[in-house]
Design a protein around this ligand. Structure first.
Ligand code: ADP
Length: 228
């Protein structure tokens, strides 16, 4: 089954008397378990696409489904459950809670999903180990490097075993070497855990790690490249 299926996806923002077509009849498909990259100039609709796929926004027209689950027909409550249980988010700025340790940050989505404390602590520890941070689990975000913070964010994104991970410029705030390490980690997790991933990136080296690359322009799909 396809991880992502978007058909004629359109998102129009009304601005004053005019309108902005952030997505303008975009159709694309990502097979299950694939790592795909989205590129395109600023304003081409990349963030809007991520927001629609993540259930953070709803389309003006068109259809979008994730692992066969249609999003455009979901209510706000259903979208909240979808966001909690089915998607993991990774952001350029990490968005960790500064007063919580690395492990506690990973625990947050597990708590929201109602997991009991002992199981939660064990799961958070396992995730922190998976991203190679077992010696840093008790550190606060400001005691971690940028790359380590992004690893915590990755662990948090994986906590509820999502079938899809959405990443918005995951290496955008990291130096080149660290950015490549983070890209390596995403490639490895994608391969080992069969989680589909869609990552928006301006970095061609990172995009090149993906099996599939989409290029957007003015809310439309301009080009799709698939590795043989
Ligand atoms: P990208 O992520 O590729 O930079 P966006 O998806 O953020 O592109 O934006 C696509 C277009 O939609 C841009 O022209 C942007 O100005 C516009 N846009 C995005 N969000 C809003 C909004 N809330 N209101 C009005 N216009 C918006």
């Amino acid at each position: 089954m396809a991880a992502i299926e978007a058909e004629n996806l359109t998102r129009v923002y009304r601005v004053g008397d005019g309108e902005v077509r952030a997505l303008d009849g975009l159709s694309l498909s990502v097979p299950g378990g694939e790592l795909a990259a989205v590129m395109g100039p600023s304003g081409s609709g990349k963030s809007t696409l991520l927001a629609l796929l993540g259930g953070l926004d709803t389309a003006t027209a068109g259809r979008v489904s994730v692992h066969g689950e249609a999003l455009e027909t979901k209510s706000a409550d259903e979208l909240a459950i979808y966001r909690r249980d089915s998607v993991g988010f990774i952001f350029q700025d990490f968005f960790l809670l500064g007063h919580l340790t690395a492990e506690e940050n990973v625990e947050v989505p597990l708590k929201l999903a109602g997991m009991e404390r002992t199981e939660r602590l064990a799961r958070a520890r396992e995730l922190i180990e998976q991203v190679g941070l077992c010696h840093r689990g008790g550190h606060l975000p400001n005691q971690l490097s940028g790359g380590e913070r992004q690893r915590v964010a990755i662990a948090r994104a994986l906590s509820n075993r999502p079938k899809l991970v959405l990443a918005d410029e995951p290496t955008g705030n990291l130096d080149e070497k660290t950015g490549h390490e983070i890209a390596d980690m995403l490639v490895q997790l994608n391969a080992e855990q069969n989680i589909a991933m869609l990552l928006v990136t301006h970095n061609p080296v990172v995009a090149d790690r993906a099996q599939r690359q989409f290029r957007l322009g003015s809310g439309k799909l301009i080009e799709e490249t698939v590795k043989p």
